[in-house]
Design a protein around this ligand. Structure first.
Ligand code: DC
Length: 668
């Protein structure tokens, strides 16, 4: 996941390949709870790993469920409808609505001594309608803070289940879902009827619940979505194993992507024709905009048909989340598109109508908005602007605006606070970068060159972490080459240059965080000694070796960008880099830093020897015929002798920002 302050998407050209989507959040948490309420063991495949599912898993463990996690497969040994502990349990629900509501209902009918609390925002999210319905059933629930809101205390119920239970249809469908999942626990002796008062909103979400209940052995009778009957004698039965289908709204970004890029298209795995989610109908909307769609039970293949896309106008009440993706696709259409009956956007993570209009306008689009509609005019190449998209802690805004990076103007798009995608799709951007392609020349590179012990490595790796970019420690490549050459019995001199170069071209190198692997060997320590540095300096003066390592270094230039450190990053390897920094510090200062590092490692040395070594290495690196160490003509010079790492990082980030084209109008 990108936890940087912002993520800059370079202009993306096309995309192709396969995306395996993570499990849906609401299906994941429903399936976890249902598995916990069964007797016996259920193997849940493709579970989403997110804040909400972590909260649910922690609660199930507290209740005494067996929980075994192996990647995205989780094995739950259920409670058979009975909390195992008699002792009081305090549950912390974070901000996980999909865990809070159904657990409240299940715990209330099971009974015990439970408290449920969450983060402050959770204590502002109403739960009164659900508590009222449960109290009418005889459940024992008290508010520990404000009336109508968590935190709650739950005691032992005295259930009266004969009269129908009335629930308002126009409140959160999660309340009805919570009751539908809790009541089969107590339907041994009588039918239980839930009556919906007024029109039921969010029917598709209730259909998901009913579908999953059926998989767990509960055949709810659905009377036109106005009454639901849990038949007497219903009992949870584990399906043995179950796959969590992917979130159909998450699929919408890749469906949109397939519709706008030329080429063979995108295959989406995890959700398809058999989906039980209402948002799968986004496929129809994409088709009417021109997408060509093929599908199987749990996959979709999307490719571009009509181009530009056909403008779309319609009622999108049935796919409110996924319809946000249409708003960005509309920029690529042949006329204005109008999304109607989307009033629910105003009360989601943020006011999505206002937010979408504001951010689309930043891109240059002409957008009109009404209380429950949005009209988006297409954007021609000359009118696109390079915008910094504010994301309002709304995962869907961050994801749908990534499609703007395919703009015909070839402009980058900045996504602020990219980690907000963690709510439903933590690796969204990684998944996007795995299928998207950009011309190498537009993938940004930040070079940090400079002499030995100038602090390049620390500065460059910190910058890479702050920008969410890949990191190339080119010095390590010379160190590894020297190491491998010596192991192969080659002297590090001109006479063996071709043999070392041939070896360098075939090295099996892997960087894993701080660790460096050569084949199956962890050589992280071996290449970091002073001697290894001198050896690297020796092989690095061989022209054939330098040439042999060029392709490997270029291959680090991958989406979304690269920070590269070395001696010739800005002069030879990435001459077109966005920013080149030449980092220096006085020889005395560098020797002092190296001295401290070595002493800390327990290596005995003297300052004088180190100073002499540094100077001789600098002299060799600067005087060699090929790619000598020198600042690129257009490099920014930074002497960090008197600077902390933080202030060096800030200085470089300021240079970096000043070279970006984004209009960063502050938005409240
Ligand atoms: O940055 P470092 O100390 O790990 O580099 C080891 C040696 O490799 C250094 O003395 C010079 C050489 N080198 C180079 O010639 N070109 C680079 N881009 C990086 C390192």
């Amino acid at each position: 996941m990108f936890s940087t302050a912002f993520l800059d998407l370079p202009p993306l050209q096309t995309a192709s390949g396969t995306v395996a989507l993570p499990g849906s959040k609401s299906i994941s948490n429903r399936v976890l709870l249902l598995s916990a309420l069964c007797e016996g063991t259920t193997v849940v495949h493709d579970l989403l790993d997110s804040d909400d599912t972590q909260v649910m898993l922690a609660a199930l463990r507290q209740l005494g469920c067996g929980v075994e996690v192996q990647g995205t497969t989780v094995t739950i040994t259920g409670l058979g409808g009975r909390a195992q502990a008699d002792a009081p349990i305090a549950f912390f629900m974070g901000n996980a609505g999909t865990a809070m509501r159904p657990l409240t209902a299940a715990l209330a009918v099971m009974g015990g001594d439970f408290t449920l609390s969450g983060v402050p925002r959770m204590h502002e999210r109403p739960i009164g309608d659900l508590v009222d319905a449960l109290r009418l059933l005889g459940c024992q629930i008290d508010y520990l803070g404000n009336e109508g809101f968590p935190p709650l205390r739950i005691g032992k119920p005295t259930l009266q289940l004969n009269a129908p239970i009335q629930v308002r249809g126009d409140v959160s469908s999660q309340f009805l879902t919570a009751l539908l999942m809790a009541l089969p626990l107590v339907s041994q002796d009588q039918d239980i009827t839930i009556q919906v008062v007024g029109e039921l909103i969010s029917k598709p979400y209730i259909d998901i619940t009913l579908n999953l209940l059926a998989r767990f052995g509960i055949a709810v009778r659905n009377d036109a979505h106005s009454a639901f009957v849990i038949p007497r004698g219903s009992r949870y039965q584990s399906p043995g194993s179950i796959h969590v289908e992917a979130d159909a709204s998450s699929a919408s970004y890749f469906i949109g992507l397939g519709a706008i890029v030329s080429g063979p298209g995108i295959r989406i795995e995890g959700v398809g024709a058999d989906s039980i989610q209402g948002d799968i109908r986004f496929v129809e909307a994409a088709q009417s905009m021109g997408a060509v769609v093929a599908k199987g039970p749990n996959w979709l293949h999307i490719s571009r048909g009509q181009w530009p896309l056909r403008a779309i106008t319609g009622d999108f009440n049935h796919i409110p989340d996924a319809a946000m993706t249409l708003a960005v696709m509309a920029l690529y259409a042949d006329g204005p598109s109008e999304l109607r009956n989307i009033a629910s956007w105003r009360v989601k993570e943020t006011d999505r109508i206002a937010a979408m209009a504001t951010e689309l306008r930043k891109l240059g689009a002409h957008v009109e908005e009404g209380p429950d509609w949005l009209r988006i005019h297409p954007l021609s190449a000359e009118n696109w602007k390079p915008a910094s998209i504010h994301t309002y802690d709304d995962h869907r805004i961050a994801m749908c605006f990534s499609l703007a990076a395919f703009n015909p103007a070839g402009l980058p798009v900045r996504i602020e606070d990219p980690k907000c995608v963690g709510k439903t799709f933590p690796d969204y951007f990684e998944a996007l970068f795995a299928v998207a392609q950009a011309a190498p020349s537009v993938i940004p590179v930040l070079c940090v060159d400079g002499p030995t012990a100038s602090g390049k490595g620390t500065l460059a790796s910190t910058l890479a972490a702050q920008l969410g970019y890949h990191f190339l420690d080119s010095g390590a490549l010379y160190r590894i080459t020297a190491y491998a050459a010596l192991q192969a019995g080659l002297a590090l001199d001109e006479a063996h240059a071709d043999a070392i170069a041939a070896l360098a071209a075939t090295l099996d190198i892997r960087f894993e965080g701080e660790r460096v692997w050569l084949g199956a060997q962890d050589i992280s320590e071996a290449i970091r000694t002073e001697q290894a540095g001198m050896n690297a300096s020796a092989v690095s003066s061989l022209g054939a070796v330098r040439a042999a390592l060029i392709d490997l270094q270029h291959s680090f230039r991958r989406l979304p960008g690269l920070v590269a450190d070395g001696r010739d990053m800005g002069t030879v390897i990435f001459p077109d880099a966005t920013l080149k920094v030449y980092l220096t510090a006085s020889a005395a200062c560098r020797a002092q830093r190296r001295y401290k590092q070595l002493i800390a490692k327990g290596v005995s040395t003297t300052l004088d020897t180190l100073c002499a070594d540094l100077e001789s290495r600098d002299a060799r690196d600067s005087s060699r015929a090929v790619a000598p160490l020198k600042p690129a003509q257009d490099a920014e010079l930074l002497d960090n002798s008197a600077l902390t790492v933080e202030s060096s990082v800030t200085q470089v980030l300021n240079w970096w920002q000043s070279r970006q084209p984004f209009l960063t109008t502050a938005v409240e």
